[in-house]
Design a protein around this ligand. Sequence first.
Ligand code: UDP
Ligand code: MG
Length: 319
Amino acid sequence: MRDLISIVIPIYNERENIEELYERLKRALSDFDYEIVFVDDGSKDGSTEIIREIAQKDGRVKGVILKRNYGQTAALSAGFEVAKGDIIITMDGDLQNDPEDIPRLLEKIREGYDVVSGWRRNRKDPLIKRRLPSSIANWIISKITGVNLHDYGCTLKAYKREILEDLSLYGELHRFIPALASMNGAKVTEIVVKHHPRRRGKSKYGLERIPKVLLDTLLVKFLLSYRTRPLHLLGGWGLLSFFAGFFIALYLSIQKLFFGIELSRRPILLLAVLLMLAGIQLISTGLLAEMLMRTYYESQGKKPYSIKEIVTWKRESST
Ligand code: UDP
Ligand code: MG
């Protein structure tokens, strides 16, 4: 049986792009068994009606219409929920990604990879506003998460269905799906894809992404390394801080008790108090985080691991 391929496309005010994208997808996918899931993320420019029209005349197209604008990550999640495919492809709805790259992504999945990410080597976006911050971000993200990709921001990606099933996405974490998936043991790779300048419609992102992506990187690093043992991270720094403060205080006390040096003239006393208090707070936060983590796993019956297979001795059946 042939694999069903779902193309999930978030759409927010892309009126002028949808029809052409749809036509080009049909051409690129004619050899495949596919469905297209357009997720309308609260568009106000008439995109909704265009999606509705296409979905009503073509059985291979589904329209998922959200109640309001939730953002690209939520729109993608909604699409994943509806998509039935064994392989899921995500792409932008603005024609910046090229449908002709899809067969090459699928080839890599067939080779056995779980996630294939697009790399816009020749990216057609403004330098200062987009390409520069994004290359810095890509460098930081790959160093911190240990998943080495050149282009996290590219929406054109392919996933095996199982990978997305174990994933819950919040905020703007769609950029980090490969990193989060590799946390669950996925095999990740990338291929160079084409990229086109945006010809119609407006880009939805600007420089305000920078602090958001930075914070998300921190969050993902935390999830990757400390999700099941937050006390090791927070408590580690807490202990360090507490003992640094403690030894300064000890040193000051010895000077006061044995040499009569007045504490009122020692500003370093403030540092000692600050370090000890910060230490206590970090350790308590770590303990709270442990409780929260347990509630998270145990209340939902989630496991901190997932078993790939169980191998066991099998008796040879005699005939
Ligand atoms: N998008 C969305 N909801 C949003 C913002 C964007 O569904 O709140 C969609 C948008 O329609 C496009 C894709 O996400 O299909 C990427 O957006 P955009 O092209 O503006 O991002 P850029 O290519 O400039 O990074
Ligand atoms: Mg775009």
